[in-house]
Design a protein around this ligand. Structure first.
Ligand code: GLN
Length: 189
C-alpha cells in the first residue's frame, strides 16, 4: 500500500514515519507531476494552511487533488490539512480544496491556548487518545452525513465524511499510531 504525503510545508515527515512504522510505503508530493504516480491514499499535514494553499495553487496541484478526492481517494488531514479540506472557513471567503462539508474556525482557541496537550481526548472507535493542538482550528459546523469522531470541551476536533478523515490535532507527533491505522483501514483492499 502506498500513501502520498503532501510535502510542500509543515509536519509531513512525521506522518511518513508513522505510516512506515505501520508498514505502508510513502511518496512525497512536491509538484504536479508527482500526482501521476500510483498511490492509494493521501495525507494533508499540519503547518500553515495559507502557505500550503498558495503553493498548491501556484504549483497547479489544487484542482487535481480536489478531483482525486471527489473521485474517492481516501484522505487524512491534520490541522492545517483540515482547513485545506473544509468547504467553508468561518469569517473568511477562502476555500482551498473544499471537499469536506464542514465549516472550520482557524486559530480557534485564542492566543494563550494556542498550543496545548489534551490528555483526556476520546476518539470514536479508538478510545482515549492524547491530543496535541498547535494553533489549531476546530469544526464549528457539520453538514448532514459528517460523522463526529472527537470533541474537546464541546468543540468538534475529529470528523469523517465518506473517504475523508480530518482532525484538528496532531496524531503524528505523539507516537500513538492508532488514528493512522484507522486511516489505513479506510483504504479499500
Ligand atoms: N494555524 C494553522 C493554520 O491556520 C494551523 C496550525 C497547524 O497546522 N498546526 O493553517
Amino acid at each position: 500500500m502506498k500513501i502520498a504525503v503532501l510535502a510542500l510545508q509543515g509536519a509531513f515527515e512525521e506522518h511518513e514515519k508513522a505510516l512506515q512504522k505501520l508498514g505502508a510505503e510513502t511518496l512525497q508530493l512536491r509538484k504536479a507531476d508527482d500526482l501521476n504516480n500510483n498511490f492509494d491514499g493521501l495525507i494533508l499535514p499540519g503547518g500553515e494552511s495559507t502557505v500550503q494553499g498558495k503553493l498548491l495553487r501556484e504549483l497547479e496541484m489544487l484542482a487535481p487533488i480536489r478531483n482525486r478526492i471527489r473521485n474517492g481517494l481516501p484522505v487524512f488531514a491534520t490541522c492545517a490539512g483540515l482547513i485545506l479540506l473544509a468547504e467553508h472557513i468561518a469569517d473568511d471567503d477562502t476555500v482551498h480544496i473544499g471537499t469536506l462539508p464542514v465549516t472550520v474556525r482557524r486559530n480557534a482557541y485564542g492566543r494563550q491556548l494556542g498550543s496545548f496537550h489534551y490528555a483526556e481526548g476520546i476518539f470514536e472507535g479508538i478510545g482515549r487518545f492524547p491530543m496535541e493542538f498547535i494553533r489549531a482550528p476546530y469544526v464549528a459546523q457539520v453538514s448532514e452525513g459528517v460523522k463526529i469522531l472527537a470533541r474537546v470541551e464541546e468543540r468538534i476536533v475529529g470528523v469523517q465524511y465518506q473517504n475523508q478523515l480530518a482532525v484538528a490535532f496532531h496524531p503524528e507527533l505523539g507516537g500513538d499510531l492508532r488514528i493512522h491505522k484507522y486511516f489505513l483501514q479506510m483504504i479499500p483492499k
